[in-house]
Design a protein around this ligand. Structure first.
Ligand code: FRU
Length: 597
């Protein structure tokens, strides 16, 4: 029962834990090169898109424009055995080897936005920066009417968008001799760096008509720098990214800081879709090109309204998503609660079953016990009745024997006396004399038996008296033993009386008559059951039990058949008879014991 209960609990625990655990099917690592608003938007899109797939865990690490950081991030993902790696490489040359390493280890790699210097990757998602550069060139030509000096602020030199945007621009202006790139500097993607570089460029170059920065951040930096020299109205500022939101590209266009910007799509959702196609083995495009568009005064308002609308929709989706999450966790909690209740219920049921069973067993045992108790009580009552009956029978026997013995004793004494007188008569023939001796002997036996019964009765009634006189036990034993010497000779029995230890005296107060009868009883039994050529030994010795207290010990031993353990327990019981061969009155030994006690 206990085993079953344990098994049940374990099963339920298993169900519970499996219910409460979210199962991760795919672990995707994203290594971003930078940490700015454009990246934040992209990361947000990636994470949101991942919510549409079950069991997808996304971890994003940002290298903060540092190649070494990015190499470590990618190695971190390799060590954690990501199922797919998404990389926006900081500088192509530095990051290419570690990306190749991941790809070589069998990890699918999706390169995004910026490229590496190898084709050892699974897919690419991003805009065509050459084309953007060309579009920018085309815009400049149109805006300046094919004439004027421009400044270029490029991005991090080693990153592919920087190279490609510059190349696209250069290609577009190749056929335009009126447009001159007066200076081109590296702004490292940052507003502050671009601002400083702009300042020094303005020192060296006059009459600048347009400043093109490879992203909006740097374009704003250049604008602020020009404003410090109050030159901002004399030139146009063009950037790339066109991010919606406070202070970003689209708003800068609306506020007249930037003349134009080009959408450089983040496309996080698309990146995630391609990643899932790869993971779930669906067909996918190796090269996914995200499109660009010009944002200037003519469409910036619409663009902002649209992006605001989209942002609002996004917010709603997010809200819905949060609600779904909340419902889901509520559902999980309720499911958990249900299982817990179920467990408690089952445990309770099991407990109840145990209690009922225990109660039932206890009842059954109680019934059995009371049945046994009743049986024992019945047996005890039966025994009491039996022993009462036995006691009564014994009592009746004794009463009868006593009465009969009383009745026998007087006539027996009346027979014994004349016989003794007759035996003293010298005129009897020897034949008459021997016949009389037989009569005398048997009358004495009968008298002894009668006396034994009467004495035992006295003992039972507590009327047996101890009459002590001072005597020498050793001398007495020697005297009492005379009678048995003749018997021993006749029966060819070796009778040894070992009482000759002269150093000890056996002077003591004894009831001589009782002692004699005890001794006679023991010896008569010994002679009765010792065969011819056997030995009977009587030993008298001293026993010191306590300090200053000496005891005499009398042992009568024979080489007869002995008494079995079964009978020896009962030999002092009155009327006990071992078997027909050992029949007697059954009173002699009981009386001897009574005398000794
Ligand atoms: C964001 C960013 C953008 C730029 C792109 C190029 O980190 O600097 O401003 O267009 O990266 O990879």
């Amino acid at each position: 029962m206990k085993k079953h209960l344990l098994f049940l609990i374990l099963c339920l625990m298993g169900i519970l834990t499996s219910c409460s655990q979210k199962h991760t099917r795919y672990y995707i690592g994203v290594s971003q090169c930078s940490d700015d608003e454009w990246r934040h938007k992209m990361n947000h899109e990636i994470v949101r898109e991942a919510l549409f797939y079950e069991g997808v865990e996304v971890e994003i690490r940002t290298a903060k424009d540092n190649n070494q950081n990015q190499i470590e991030d990618i190695n971190y993902f390799i060590d954690r055995k990501v199922d797919l790696l998404i990389v926006a490489p900081n500088e192509a040359a530095a990051v290419t080897p570690v990306v190749e390493k991941a790809y070589g280890l069998g990890i699918p790699v999706v390169v995004i936005d910026r490229k590496i210097l190898s084709d050892r990757y699974t897919a690419f998602v991003g805009a065509d920066n050459c084309e953007i550069g060309k579009d920018v060139g085309q815009y400049i030509v149109n805006r300046l009417g094919g004439k004027g000096k421009i400044l270029e602020i490029t991005e991090l030199e080693g990153s592919t968008p920087a190279m490609e945007r510059h190349k696209g621009l250069a290609d577009a202006l190749k056929e335009e001799p009126g447009i001159e790139i007066a200076a081109s500097v590296d702004g490292a993607w940052l507003q502050s760096v671009a601002g400083e570089k702009m300042d020094s460029m303005l020192q060296d170059n006059k009459d600048i008509k347009l400043v093109f920065a490879q992203n909006d951040r740097m374009a704003v930096g250049a604008y602020l720098s020009a404003r410090q020299r109050q030159l901002e109205k004399e030139m146009l500022f063009v950037g790339i990214d066109a991010l919606p939101g406070k202070g970003y590209g689209v708003e800068q266009v609306l506020e007249g800081v930037l003349d134009a910007t080009f959408i450089y799509p983040t496309g996080g959702d698309k990146v995630m879709q391609v990643a899932m196609d790869i993971l779930e083995k669906r067909p996918y495009e190796r090269d996914t090109k995200l499109s660009t568009a010009l944002v200037d005064k003519t469409n910036a308002r619409v663009m902002q309204l649209q992006t605001d609308h989209i942002a609002e929709q996004d917010g709603k989706i997010e809200h819905l998503n949060n609600q779904v999450d909340e419902y889901w966790s509520r559902y999980s909690a309720q499911t958990m609660f249900l299982y817990v209740c179920l467990i408690i219920l089952l445990l309770f049921a099991a407990l109840l079953a145990i209690i009922v069973r225990a109660y039932w067993t206890k009842n059954r045992m109680n019934l059995e016990l009371s049945r046994q108790k009743k049986q024992l009580e019945d047996q005890r009552d039966q025994l009491i009745t039996l022993s009462k009956q036995l006691e009564e029978a014994t009592h009746a026997k004794l009463v009868f024997f006593t009465n009969v013995s009383h009745d026998f004793r007087t006539p027996l004494t009346l027979v014994a006396d004349p016989v003794e007188q007759l035996l003293e008569d010298k005129n009897l023939t020897s034949k008459q004399q021997s016949l009389l001796k037989v009569v005398h002997k048997n009358v004495n036996i009968l008298l002894r038996l009668v006396n034994q019964i009467l004495d035992f009765r006295k003992y039972e009634n507590g009327k047996l008296e101890l009459v002590r006189t001072n005597m020498d036990l050793r001398a007495q034993l020697q005297e009492w033993s005379h009678a048995f010497q003749t018997l021993a000779l006749r029966k060819h029995i070796h009778f040894v009386l070992d009482v000759n230890d002269d150093r000890t005296d056996y002077l003591m107060a004894l009831d001589a008559e009782k002692m004699e009868r005890v001794y006679f009883n023991l010896l008569s039994n010994a002679f009765k059951f010792t065969p011819e050529n056997g030995t009977i030994t009587v030993t008298l010795s001293t026993l010191v039990k306590e300090e200053n207290r000496r005891y005499a010990r009398l042992v009568v031993a024979d080489t007869g058949s002995g008494i079995s353990a079964q009978h020896i327990r009962h030999i002092f019981d009155r009327f006990y008879q071992m078997d027909v061969n050992h029949a007697g009155s059954g009173i002699g030994l009981a009386l001897a014991k009574a005398f000794v006690e």
